[in-house]
Structures are given as C-alpha cells and as structure tokens.
Design a protein around this ligand. Structure first.
Ligand SMILES: Nc1ncnc2c1ncn2[C@@H]1O[C@H](COP(=O)(O)OP(=O)(O)OP(=O)(O)O)[C@@H](O)[C@H]1O
Length: 229
C-alpha cells in the first residue's frame, strides 16, 4: 500500500536520510523506532511532502506521490498526524475535525469517528486548547481519519502522554485498522506501545533503517539497546 524506495533527503548540504526502503502493506501497522535525531520526523515530513526528496520514490496504492504537494498526497490517500499534534487551540473540537474535511463535499463528521473517540463527542463544543494531551492526540487522529486515508502516518503519538492514555491510543489504532483495513505507520520511542500496535518494527539510526523484525520474533532487548543512549 505504501512503498518507500531508496529515499534520500537533505537539509541543504546535510543529508539526513541515506536511502530508506520499506513498505507498509494493506491492513498492516509498522513502527519506525529510533532515538531523538535519528531521522523519524524527517522521514514523515518527506512522506507527507512537507520536505522535498533528493532522490528515491514514494508510492501509495501504486500511485507515485514523490513530487506531489501535500494536498495531492492527501487526495491519493495519505494522512498525517504530526509530532506535537498541531491542533488548532482556539477552534472547537468539532471545528478542528472539520478542518480535515476542507476538500470534501460535506462538513458532516462521519459517525464512526465519534464511535472511535467517544471523549471527542462529549467535548465537541470545547476549545481544542482546553483538552488534555491525550485528548488532543485523539483529536489529531480523528482529523486525519476524516480524509478516509489508505495510509495513516503518526509521528511519535505517545510523546508527552501519560501511560494510561497511551494504552487508549494503542486500542484506538488497533480498532481503526480492524475497521478500515488501512496501513498505519507510526514512529516511536516507546517499545511497549510499538509491541501493542505494530506487526513489524524497524529501527532507524543515523538516517538508515538498521534492523527489521516481525512482532512475534522481536528480540526486545536488542531493540531496547538501539533505543538507549
Ligand atoms: N531544520 C533542520 N536543519 C538541519 N538539520 C536538521 C533539521 N531538522 C533536523 N535536522 C537533522 O536531521 C537529522 C534527523 O532529525 P529528525 O528530526 O528527523 O529526527 P527524529 O528521529 O525525528 O528526532 P525527534 O524525535 O527529536 O523528532 C538530525 O541529525 C537533525 O539534526
């Protein structure tokens, strides 16, 4: 569903990704694990078209998106939940979700969104900025989902979120995949969360994927060693 082939990305003269290749299959969740500064955010920004690609290819459901602007990628089926969530603090929860519907014919929020995140229904008139970190994360996921993506990208969804809520987010991601059979790609530093949601795990280090493992075969100590400084 998502194919990434030999991706090179640079900040000016400084190359940050040195040939990333992986795929996310239909109805599969993959986790990209790595410490701060290893290239997770750069990878997600280049998948979403926020950062240009130097060379390589990105395809979604067989369609090339490598040189597309972000809004075209959304139309072709990618949705993005950025690091730090980036919700609109002064808009209501409902309005925040509707910003995801900007290019669709209806402003109607599909019922299954509130079924996935009942707390957002309870809070639909509140300002986004008044929600807790975990609720804002759910809001950011809801906003991404209304575009009906084939591929959902989440950059460090557990960052700054308390452990009990991390479990709720894992549950929601598993539910989303079950209902929609989409591809989910999540970047993470929390191994227990990745083990809860991902079918396959990759480790990124210094802008390269250095380790790949299926969940069932995961040597957790080995992955932890990559994640510790
Ligand atoms: N705006 C920038 N200009 C130059 N170099 C950058 C810039 N942003 C990131 N980098 C470099 O690119 C590399 C990858 O950074 P990136 O932010 O993708 O890492 P990350 O794994 O997402 O870390 P974090 O968890 O802190 O977001 C790092 O070496 C970083 O210093």
């Amino acid at each position: 569903m998502l194919e990434v082939k030999d991706l090179f990305v640079a900040y000016g003269q400084s190359e940050a990704l040195h040939g990333i290749t992986f795929e996310g299959r239909e109805n599969e969740t993959v986790a990209i694990m790595g410490r701060n500064g290893m290239g997770k955010t750069t990878l997600f920004k280049s998948l979403m078209g926020v950062m240009p690609v130097k060379s390589g290819h990105i395809t979604v459901a067989g369609q090339e998106v490598t040189r597309d602007e972000s809004f075209r990628r959304v139309a072709k089926g990618i949705a993005y939940v950025p690091q730090g969530r980036m919700i609109f603090p002064t808009l209501s929860v409902e309005e925040n979700i509707q910003t995801g519907l900007e290019n669709s014919r209806t402003r109607q929020i599909p019922d299954d969104i509130y079924a996935l995140f009942p707390v957002l229904w309870d809070m639909r008139r509140r300002k986004g900025g008044n929600l807790s970190g975990g609720q804002q994360q759910q809001l950011a996921i809801a906003r991404a989902l209304v575009t009906d993506p084939k591929v959902l990208l989440l950059d460090e969804p557990t960052e700054g979120i308390q452990p009990s809520i991390i479990k709720d987010i894992a549950k929601a991601l598993n539910e989303i995949r079950k209902l929609r059979k989409i591809t989910i790609v999540v970047s993470e530093q929390v191994l227990s969360f990745a083990m809860d949601v991902a079918d396959r795990l990759f480790v990124i280090e210094g802008g390269r994927l250095v380790h790949e493992t299926a969940r069932a075969d995961t040597d957790q100590d080995r992955v932890k060693a990559y994640l510790s400084v």
